[in-house]
Design a protein around this ligand. Structure first.
Ligand code: UDP
Length: 538
């Protein structure tokens, strides 16, 4: 019954008339298929052809109108994973007159967000590729509110974490398979197609080995805003004043095991004098895990998708990621990158098993769980001898799978040692430092005055006022950077200054024009914009 679309009453005749008279209307944002999201009125979907349909009338609108470039390679990416050739969106075109010969349209009254989930059974993919992008796509378009409905077109079943997707809107999300039960020709009154990629921080290695995205545009602030939304929906309240501090070990119970987990827990508890508890996806509910993690001082886990849950950790907490033998932590950094997002305020520590005696391999398992029995003997031997998996592309590299699905006996002293290099006293939430991350505005009223002494010496006095926003901020350190460039030259002399005026005499020539660039710097690394260039003649 949750699949019923009739909760919002619509006037069937009016909807049909709009479709027949106006056809489909589309206006998109974005210049390329990789950054495009489109808004449609009267976009239809044939559940028999499994294709979207754009109906042309005299009043239909198609912007951008790409002609056949619409197929090179697609109008847009349906998932948040960039340019993946299984995730393309397009539609077929028909004149509205064709409706006469087609099944009677069934109208979807809810505002729809139509997208693909990328890998709904893997928690990292669920959060990074789907939940965060859906959440922020909805924030981008005001009519995608809690009353809108999600349509997942990738063709999977609900998947392991469907309950999480349900939190994003008040209406039950619908899957591609379910559309068939609604009708043969569905028409979305109002819909958005595609997902914002603005919050993603990691690329999985389809065209180059995996790593942080080249141009990360999200900060911890937006991640935490999202986590807070999820926690509210899960009825997990943030306990403000910490009651008792504790460590969470997030364990895997099926594969990539920690073989001496009991010993590890005891050692952590003893070393940091904190209660230490384990959770796993298999044994605990999602809200239970979120509740525990959101107040933890430290989260310890094997490399794996469950570590994405560190986005629920409180500021100042520590993430400890354990890597199996021959897996170089520097090459697999989705969780390191997350922890290091500006304003995420998490300390990240990687530990790797470097002792072959402490690893257990599974050469005879199926290939997708790291088995290598299907490879030829020489290749098997090479893999077994190798001390590090070379960089590789996603997703079926057998050497990578072999190594990442090893079980590990954690060498406790070496783990404690690497944690202690970062966590000196106690792990866990620290007092908030500065209202960090606010940038200076331009310096104002910059002026210069020149004086010439004789034929070879000159001085340039430059002064300026503080940026306008400084008087409202508490800033630990305010400095100014001044560049002095002789007109026509492409080099300049840089200076870092503490005051709002300075007289330059070094290398200043008489009867010369100088360009002076000034900007303000807060706390050493928050660089403001340069003010308009100052032209100074000596
Ligand atoms: N998973 C788990 N316990 C296990 C094995 C897997 O909770 O013992 C979860 C894991 O967190 C992820 C999903 O199952 O959400 C798929 O795991 P897989 O090993 O395929 O992916 P990875 O964790 O390497 O990204």
């Amino acid at each position: 019954q949750s699949q019923e679309l009739s909760q919002v009453q619509i006037d069937y005749h009016a909807a049909l008339q709009a479709l027949v008279e106006d056809g489909t209307r589309m206006v998109c944002t974005g210049r390329m298929h990789t950054d495009r999201i489109c808004r449609f009125e009267s976009l239809c979907y044939s559940t028999e052809a499994e294709e979207f349909v754009f109906f042309h009338s005299n009043a239909s609108v198609m912007l951008p109108n790409l002609g056949s470039r619409r197929f090179q390679p697609a109008l847009l990416d349906l998932s948040s994973v960039e340019d993946h050739n299984t995730q393309y969106f397009n539609f077929v075109e028909l004149p509205v007159a064709a409706l006469k010969f087609m099944p009677k349209p069934v109208f979807v009254p809810d505002v729809a967000l139509i997208a693909n989930r990328f890998n709904p059974d893997n928690l990292m993919h669920v959060f990074h590729d789907d939940l965060l992008p859906i959440f922020y796509t909805m924030q981008q378009f005001p009519d995608l509110d809690l009353e809108s409905r999600l349509f997942f077109m990738e063709g999977w079943n609900e998947g392991l974490h469907f309950d999480l997707y349900k939190l994003l809107s008040n209406k039950q999300p619908l899957l591609r398979e379910q559309l068939k039960t609604l009708g043969r020709l569905l028409c979305f009154t109002k819909s958005y197609v595609g997902l914002s990629k603005i919050t993603t921080w990691y690329q999985y290695g389809f065209v180059q080995p995996q790593g942080p995205k080249a141009n990360i545009l999200v900060s911890g602030n937006e991640i935490r805003h999202f986590s807070k939304f999820m926690m509210e929906k899960l009825n997990v309240s943030l306990e403000e004043s910490a009651s008792e501090e504790y460590i969470v070990v997030f364990s895997r119970t099926i594969n990539r095991l920690i073989l001496n987990e009991a010993e590890l827990i005891l050692a952590l508890a003893q070393e940091f004098q904190m209660k230490t508890i384990t959770v796993s996806i298999e044994d605990h509910s999602f809200s239970h895990i979120v509740r525990l993690i959101s107040n933890a001082s430290m989260l310890v886990s094997m490399h794996g998708a469950q570590l994405v849950m560190s986005l629920f950790l409180p500021r100042g907490a520590t993430v400890v990621e354990l890597f199996p033998y021959a897996i170089n932590p520097e090459h697999y950094t989705p969780y390191k990158t997350l922890s290091a997002l500006p304003g995420m305020d998490l300390q990240y520590i990687a530990w790797q098993n470097t002792d072959q005696e402490n690893t257990v391999t599974f050469p005879d398992r199926p290939w997708d769980q790291g088995g290598i029995a299907h490879l030829d003997k020489a290749e098997q031997e090479r893999i077994i001898k190798s001390k590090e998996v070379p960089r590789h592309l996603c997703c079926r590299n057998p050497e990578w799978l072999f190594r990442v699905y090893q079980d590990t006996r954690v060498d406790i002293p070496s783990l404690i040692q690497v944690i202690r290099q970062t966590v000196k006293l106690k792990p866990g939430p620290k007092k908030q430092k500065w209202t960090s991350g606010l940038y200076p505005g331009k310096v104002r009223d910059a002026k210069c005055q020149a004086s010439v002494q004789g034929t070879s010496e000159a001085k340039l006095s430059v002064s300026w006022q503080i940026p306008w926003n400084l008087k409202y901020l508490k800033v630990r350190e305010v400095k100014y950077e001044v560049w002095i460039q002789e007109q026509g030259e492409n080099t300049y002399m840089p200076y870092i200054l503490s005051h709002q005026n300075h007289t330059f005499s070094e290398n200043i020539k008489p009867f010369t024009i100088y360009l002076v660039w000034i900007r303000c710097i807060f706390n050493k690394n928050l660089l403001g914009p340069f003010a308009d260039v100052l032209l100074c003649s000596t």
